[in-house]
Design a protein around this ligand. Structure first.
Ligand code: NAD
Length: 450
């Protein structure tokens, strides 16, 4: 059997979740043909793992300026894009034009012009784009989909989703490129794309209009000084600054091997500093956002994202015309640091303890009940493992009972809620999604989009 040839662009913290399964579980029918990144040091770390602990072999490594050469010489069937968000479009489009299929990490991209360019390139080439929305594949969230799709609470009319990022994982976005709107599209795109995708998919609905507020109230120098925390603003980064030793926001890149080898060692060749002070000047994203979204089919979403909470997780409530579902998910906190799935563990931080997940159904005029579920295990609540099977397994089905495959149009439907939110915050008006990117005007259901 001919193996599927896969090249990876972006070898930071996340890529290991997709590279390791190819090198181990799925090596019989897949082959890693190339790695590409800005940083030779980061690629060397991956090659060390591949040839060492993973029992694979070294694969050709190409610096970012040699991406086209990688496509030409290694002839991948699929390119897996796992770079910084604002660069996804460029790598997706060049891969499509070279005749490759693409799997991209979320978010599809970071602004409307880039989104239109991706949709155009896909249309022109006919190649396949998949978005790695791992949230959909976690068993609890799939169960919520099943309950709604089978009409357990009738037709859903409104949803309330509150997402909390804590002062561990949430703060981490303010140390890195995510704190720059030009690089991440803001957290309404980078992070909330997961949440908007879940709601689009749970409801099988296409978002139409967004109104939003957003502010930076906690991170950044000005906010720390106003709270009386000026002492926390005195160093540009944490590693190598002993005066930061008691700072609860401190991240020491020397604390773990992956942090040392992919980030500390890669500073000189890529300029990427992973542990910048979260109370510095120049942060231009929000840390508190709230939105109302109306869907083409009339449902309404009330959404909020808070990035400085003592605890991490989400509460989602669905109001249907035959009852209500409440879904609680507080599964602990974890920062992305290129750990192998077998080494994955939640960070132990006070206040962020895992409480687990539960789904409760409240039918009209009947007693409520908790939906029985097996315990969730593994990275991202078990989602990564199931998602990887769908990418790489020989016998992976071409369709999915719960519609968990997401293509470029569904990827766009999710980021467009965030992009419309950003626009609404700027202009203080409701924003129509079709004014940003016109998704198939005749479609009423998400499942009608690729
Ligand atoms: N679904 C999830 O649960 C999840 C979790 C983490 C990250 N992600 C996504 O994965 C992607 C990578 O995130 P990460 O946490 O690994 O970030 P990271 O900062 O650890 O790694 C980003 C990598 O991109 C590389 N890069 C930046 N600009 C580049 C360019 N122009 N050309 C080539 N390489 C470039 C950097 O050198 C770095 O190696 C992001 O799109 C992020 O949104 C998804």
């Amino acid at each position: 059997m001919e193996k599927k040839r896969i090249a990876f662009v972006g070898t930071g913290g996340r890529a290991l979740s997709f590279i390791e399964p190819v090198a181990t579980t799925y090596r019989d029918n897949n082959e890693i043909v190339g790695l590409c990144d800005l940083s030779p040091a980061r690629m060397a770390y991956y090659n060390g793992l591949l040839a060492g602990d993973l029992g694979y072999h070294v694969v050709p490594a190409f610096t970012a300026d040699r991406y086209d050469e990688m496509l030409r010489t290694t002839k991948p069937d699929t390119v897996f894009v796992c770079t910084k968000d604002s660069t996804h479009d460029d790598y997706i489009i060049r891969a499509l034009k070279a005749g490759c299929d693409v799997i991209t990490e979320k978010p599809l991209t970071t602004d409307a012009a880039k989104c239109r360019a991706i949709l155009d390139a896909q249309r022109a080439t006919g190649k396949r784009v998949r978005v790695a929305f791992n949230y959909r594949w976690a068993p609890f969230r799939t169960k919520v989909k099943e309950l709604i799709a089978t009409g357990v609470i009738g037709r859903v009319r409104s949803v309330n989703l509150e997402y909390l990022l804590d002062t561990n994982h949430g703060a981490d976005y303010f140390r890195r490129w995510h704190a720059s709107a030009a690089e991440s599209g803001t957290l309404l795109v980078h992070k909330s794309t997961h949440h908007f995708d879940l709601v689009n998919w749970w409801l099988d609905a296409i978002p139409a209009q967004v109104f939003a507020y957003g502010d930076l109230v906690f991170y950044g120098k000005k906010n720390a000084i106003a709270r009386g925390d000026e002492a926390l603003t005195k160093y540009p980064r944490y590693t190598g600054h002993p005066e930061a030793k008691d700072d609860p926001f401190r991240l020491d890149l020397d604390e773990s091997e992956p942090f040392r080898k992919i980030y500390r060692a890669g500073e000189a060749d890529s300029g990427y500093i992973r542990d910048r002070n979260v109370f510095r000047e120049g942060i231009d994203i929000h840390d508190q956002m709230s939105l109302n979204v109306r869907y083409r089919t009339g449902e309404v979403l009330t959404y909020s994202l808070t990035c400085y909470s003592p605890r991490e997780g989400m509460r989602v409530c669905f109001n249907g015309d035959r009852g209500r579902i409440e879904y609680h998910e507080f599964i602990g906190t974890h920062m992305n640091r290129a750990v192998r799935p077998k080494d994955f563990q939640l960070d132990v931080k006070p206040g962020a303890e895992a409480e687990g997940e539960w789904i409760k159904v409240f039918p009209h005029f009947k007693p409520s009940y908790v939906v029985p579920m097996p315990p969730a295990t593994g990275a991202h609540g078990g989602a990564d493992e199931i998602l990887n099977r769908s990418f790489y397994a020989k016998d992976a089905p071409a369709t999915d009972q719960w519609g968990r495959f997401a293509g470029h149009e569904q990827g766009a439907a999710s980021i467009l809620v965030g992009l419309a939110g950003v626009e609404s915050i700027k202009r203080n008006v409701p924003v129509n999604i079709t004014d940003l990117v016109p998704l198939r005007p005749e479609a009423t259901r998400l499942s009608q989009l690729v």
